[in-house]
Design a protein around this ligand. Structure first.
Ligand code: PGA
Length: 250
């Protein structure tokens, strides 16, 4: 019922020229993909990437969006700018933004509302740090991120939202949550959404796992009932690795 969605999060990697080369290498490898495939690329690569994916099923994504329409927000990028470049999805609240750039549940909420109002589809990241996990605070942290981050978001809005559960300790560390563990935590997020926004919303919501996902563990993770896709960092920078995840069923 829920179509799997595999999204690459390129972070601050790849110039426009490198992006074009990577996408051209990737295209034939994911041509028959069953999941929805999204590439979230740096702003300067958006136009080139948009051109490179023309005529394919690959969707274009960005890595952030401003909450304001336009104006004095140095260094930010507006929804209209992204839409003009052909962007459909946008990552919001990645742990690196929370950790290094002062992103909070409140700013996540503002960005998400703006994205939805403009017709962009947010991929909203949540997840606990290692310390929080070791102190058994995972559920409490996730609950706060969902309750505060999704304040005033309606049941209808969820038609266009994807959540990415990314345990911070698993990002770029080579440590993956076990499939069972990830499934359990994502199940908790789903139950929370059901409780707040209704059974149907929770059932239909796509929730990705993110954190050192690679071809060798994708199949096992994707086999879990609650896991509907992946947000892929490191492994998205190599065509063969990303394709290996997209084609996890083969
Ligand atoms: P990783 O990153 O796959 O390199 O762990 C995932 C992410 O940060 O989205």
């Amino acid at each position: 019922m829920r179509k799997p969605i595999i999204a690459g999060n390129w972070k601050m990697n790849k110039t426009a020229a490198e992006a074009e080369a990577l996408i051209n290498e990737l295209k034939p490898l994911v041509a028959k993909s069953k999941p929805e495939v999204v590439l979230c690329v740096p702003y300067t690569a958006l136009w080139v990437a948009g051109k490179a994916i023309e005529g394919t099923k690959i969707k274009l994504g960005a890595e952030n969006v401003a909450w304001a329409d336009s104006g004095a927000f140095t260094g930010e990028i507006s929804a209209d700018m992204l839409l003009e470049a052909g962007v459909e999805y946008v990552i919001i609240g990645h742990s690196e933004r929370r950790q290094y750039f002062g992103e909070t549940d409140e700013t996540v909420n503002k960005r998400m509302k703006q994205a939805l109002a403009k017709g962009l589809k947010p991929i909203v990241c949540v997840g606990e740090t290692l310390t929080e996990r070791e102190k058994n605070k995972t559920k409490r942290v996730l609950k706060k991120q969902i309750v505060d981050g999704f304040k005033d978001i309606t049941a209808e809005d969820f038609d266009n939202i994807v959540i990415a559960y990314e345990p911070v300790w698993a990002i770029g560390t080579g440590k993956t949550a076990t499939a069972e563990d990830a499934n359990k935590t994502i199940g908790y997020i789903r139950s929370l959404v059901k409780k707040i926004w209704g059974q149907e919303v929770g059932k239909a919501l796509r929730i990705q796992y993110g954190g050192s996902m690679k071809p060798s563990n994708a199949k096992e993770l994707m086999a879990e009932r609650n896991i509907d896709g992946g947000l892929i960092g490191g492994a998205a920078l190599k065509a063969a690795d990303f394709a290996g995840i997209v084609n996890y069923k083969d």
